[in-house]
Design a protein around this ligand. Sequence first.
Ligand code: BES
Ligand code: MN
Ligand code: ZN
Length: 499
Amino acid sequence: MDISVTIGNILEQQTDGIVLNLFEGVDAPGGATGAADRALNGGIRSLIADGDFTGKFKQTSVLYPPGGIPAKRVILVGLGKQEAFTLDHVRQVSSVAAQQARKLGINSLTTIVHGGGAGGLHAADAAQAVVEGTVLGTYRFSHYKTGDQDDGNDLDRLTLVEFDAAKQAEVERGALIGQIVADGTCLARDLVSHPGNEMPPTVLAERAREMADGVGLSCDVLDETRIAEEGMRTLLAVAQGSAQPPRFIVLEHDGGKTHGPPVVLIGKGITFDTGGISIKGAEGMWDMKFDMGGAAAVIGAMQATARLNLPVRTVGLVAASENMPGSRALKPGDIIRSMLGKTIEIRSTDAEGRLVLADAITYAARYKPAAAIDLATLTGACIIALGHEASGLISNNDGLADEVARAGGRTGEIAWCLPILEGHREQIKSDIADIKNTGGRPAGAITGAAFIEAFVQDFPWAHLDIAGTAWTDKDRPYIPRGGTGWGVRLLVDFLRNRA
Ligand code: BES
Ligand code: MN
Ligand code: ZN
């Protein structure tokens, strides 16, 4: 989508449609909406007076000006109650307006910056949210639809109009950040939505490399030989049942003049999880193509980090493998010696995410991370705990947990803290090895994290269990059905906040 910023009066814009807004309960609109009302001979006030438009959150109404202003249509969108208004409301109404515009066949949409005026938000934040809501809300994954791929109904162009020339630089900056962050999120969504046959570890690594080349990130892809040389035996163990070889992807953003320890982002990249010998049931197994949602989030966030040229050293690591049964597959009862040297008793080959993350987090230690954040579709138990409304957040450092949770609060990606208590660590003690890879049914999301924690060597670490959030079966505000790209915006916000 082409995105641009214009300084001036939105009512003077020659366009297919302009988007204006109204807070709930306002009967005499001011600002651009008030001016539009006058140009429409009181048309908006009568909509309000007749009760046809109340400004209720996400309500829309389309008006066709009979001359007076050059725009063909006015799309009015309700902002809801002013006292409840947040940045996420901006994303949501922007998405609703864009979807409405697309339904009307509008290719080029012009909007005011919701929340920048009476909403009282910072102009840059508001502009960023408008762009995010528009791009993310009109995203679709049509790669495998033959024929009518582009039904001519795609929104190709968005123009943000700001009246106050003093805000130009801020609005432009916010719009650019929004576009970059939304692009990174859409990249992650695409990667997640591609099926397992099209996105095995080798292809995921190729996509990461293409991305890196495109934005000037350094990228090193370790094949099975180099993975073995590094001693990443847990990754090899998970991969050994598959004809598809594993890959370990290393992306590095040097952060310009900044030195010092980097932030390391780590993604679980299981491109398909059958469960292995501890095989899953047939019901819903196709879902397990999204078991690389953590990897996708890391790749999307690294793209955005490079394009924004954030002054923070950032490393992205992805442990990519299939988890398949087969004559060479890992078996329950097997014992693996991890890269760190700890021995692991395999109780379930379906608890494979924590295995590949164990060696990934050991690899991360060489960077002496300022912070390491892993993202993983790790446990069904996390979905039982939090549903699809939030990701589980578990950390060995309260300050880092707070930073991550706050970033998610700002981006609308809720990360909810769970504890690791001594008893949880007991659950994964093994009789025969140093640790076992399952801890039984109780607190499954926590014991999964406790397993990873056992491989963290004295640096601040946070784990995000995105099993419930990486994919959505129902359309959500600015998140259509499919891969969600959950975590990209949170990670970028986290990094921007560190910068
Ligand atoms: N990838 C799954 C977790 C998952 C389940 C993600 C549903 C998204 C939706 C993971 O590898 C897994 O199979 N976990 C097991 C762990 C158990 C064997 C300890 C689980 O959650 O059942
Ligand atoms: Mn599994
Ligand atoms: Zn898995």
